[in-house]
Design a protein around this ligand. Sequence first.
Ligand code: NAP
Length: 252
Amino acid sequence: MTRALLLGGTTEASLMARALAEAGIEAVFSYAGRTGAPRAQPLLTRVGGFGGVAGLVAYLRAEGISHVIDATHPFAAGMSRNAIAACAETGVPLIALERAPWAAGEGDDWTHVPDIPAAAAALPVEAERVFLAIGRMHLADFAGQPQHHYLLRLVDAPEGPLPLPQAEAVIASGPFTLEEDLALLRGHRIQRIVAKNAGGVGARAKLDAARALGLPVLLIDRPALPARATAETGDAVLHWLAHTTPPALRGV
Ligand code: NAP
C-alpha cells in the first residue's frame, strides 16, 4: 500500500499535496516548523525536524512510509541531502519535485553568483535601496555591507533586532503577483534585487517586476546536491508513484 511522505514548505509542495489528496493517495505532509502559522494542507500533517538522517530513517520505518517526495525549496539542501541518505539506507524510493531554475530572458539584467556570501560581496560600494529577497536565515552575511538600505520580506515578524543596521521588513507569504511586486518595488524605491534562483511559480513575480522596472538582479545559484530521481510536475510524481514499488512490497 502507498503511504507517501511529502517534504514541504513551498508553493509547489502545497500544489502536490492537493494533487495527492484529489487522487486519494495516502500521504503525510511534513513541515520543518520554521513559520508560526503554516498553511493548512489537505493531508495528515506533521511539523518539525526528524533528527538528522538517523531520525528520518527511524521515522520512515516507524510510519511505514513507502515513498518519499522531496518538494522542499531548492535551497533547503540539508533536508534534501538527509532524504537522499535515509532513502538509500532504507530502500524507500525517493523523488524530488524539482523546478527548473529561472533563465534570463530579453530585458532581464541578471548577474549570477554562486552563493549568498558572493551575493553580499557583489553589492556596489555606493549606498542603494536593495530588496534582499533571501528569507531570514542568512541576513548576517550582508552585515559587511552596512551602507545599503535593505528591504526584507519575511513570513513572520522578526522576534529580535535584525542583523543589518538599515533594514525594514514587510511581513507576507507567497505566492505573489506581478502587481503586488511592482507596487512593493516602486513603493520602496528599490534599485536592486538580491534573490535565490528558486525556480517555480511562487516567487517568480519579483523578477518579472524587476524586468518591467529595469532593475538589476543578483541571482544566487542553487546549492549542489547528490544525484537523485527528479520530476518537474505533480503529474510526473503521480505517475512515478503509480509505477514505483518499494522493495519491501515487491513480489507480494
Ligand atoms: P534545511 O537547511 O535544508 O534543513 C535544516 C533542517 O530542518 C533539516 O535537517 C531538518 O531537520 C529540518 N527540515 C527542513 N525541511 C523540513 C521538512 N519539510 N520537514 C521536516 N523537517 C525539515 O532547510 P531550510 O532551508 O531551513 O528550509 C526549511 C523549510 O523552509 C523547508 O521546508 C523548505 O522547503 C522551506 N523553505 C526554505 C527556503 C530557503 O530558501 N531555504 C525558502 C522557502 C521555503 P532534521 O535534520 O532534524 O530532520
